[in-house]
Design a protein around this ligand. Structure first.
Ligand SMILES: Cc1cc2nc3c(=O)[nH]c(=O)nc-3n(C[C@H](O)[C@H](O)[C@H](O)COP(=O)(O)O)c2cc1C
Length: 172
């Protein structure tokens, strides 16, 4: 049985769900990360930025756009030192302007991926997999980057069966 690590970023609080502003107690991507943990006994590593993004959704989208424009690498509260103990690395996050939040790249730039299998997972509100796989191919040099599992944010609370089936098939 392969050993799987899920590295994820997820933002709780105000978010758009099917065109309506809602308060999410748990982020969409966090739900998916937990489904994968439950399905295959994966370890989880949550990426948390030192500086919080704005609670207000619109302000957050502006901050994220600014990050992307500046190729920002937001500081994290904690960093993974290595991924030596794992065969499969799931990289899960929300779609922010077509790719992962810059904080994901802060962590990926510090790791060595040679010989690993990387599984992109992206939650979104319409953009699907966006640039998740293309970008992970750039940041995870030497890894085999598989196809993205894309889950619409609004469907995350009810996606446990779908994600469990995916995880048990792909992360063997
Ligand atoms: C800053 C920001 C930018 C976003 N950009 C996009 C986008 O470009 N395309 C899209 O489909 N959804 C976009 N969304 C919606 C999120 O991808 C979606 O709600 C996701 O499931 C949130 O996951 P989380 O709760 O784990 O953070 C954006 C949300 C935020 C907060």
């Amino acid at each position: 049985m392969s050993r799987t690590l899920v590295i994820y970023y997820s933002r709780r609080g105000q978010n758009y769900v099917r065109g309506e502003l809602k308060e999410l107690e748990k982020g969409n991507t966090e739900l998916i990360a937990e489904y994968i943990r439950d399905a295959v006994g994966a370890d989880l590593f949550e990426l948390q930025t030192v500086k919080d993004y704005p609670e207000d959704y619109m302000e957050c989208t502006e901050a994220a756009k600014e990050d992307l424009r500046n190729c920002a690498r937001p500081k994290l509260k904690e960093y993974l030192k290595n991924i030596d103990d794992y065969d499969n690395i799931v990289i899960a996050g929300p779609c922010w302007w077509g790719t992962y939040p810059c904080a994901v790249f802060t962590q990926l730039e510090k790791l060595h991926f040679r010989g690993k299998k990387v599984f992109p997972v992206m939650t979104h509100e319409g953009s699907g997999e966006a640039k998740s796989r293309t970008d992970l191919k750039k940041f995870c040099r030497g890894a085999k980057v598989e196809k993205t599992l894309a889950v619409q944010g609004a469907l995350c609370p009810t996606a446990k069966d779908e994600v469990t089936r995916w995880a048990q098939k792909k992360l063997k």
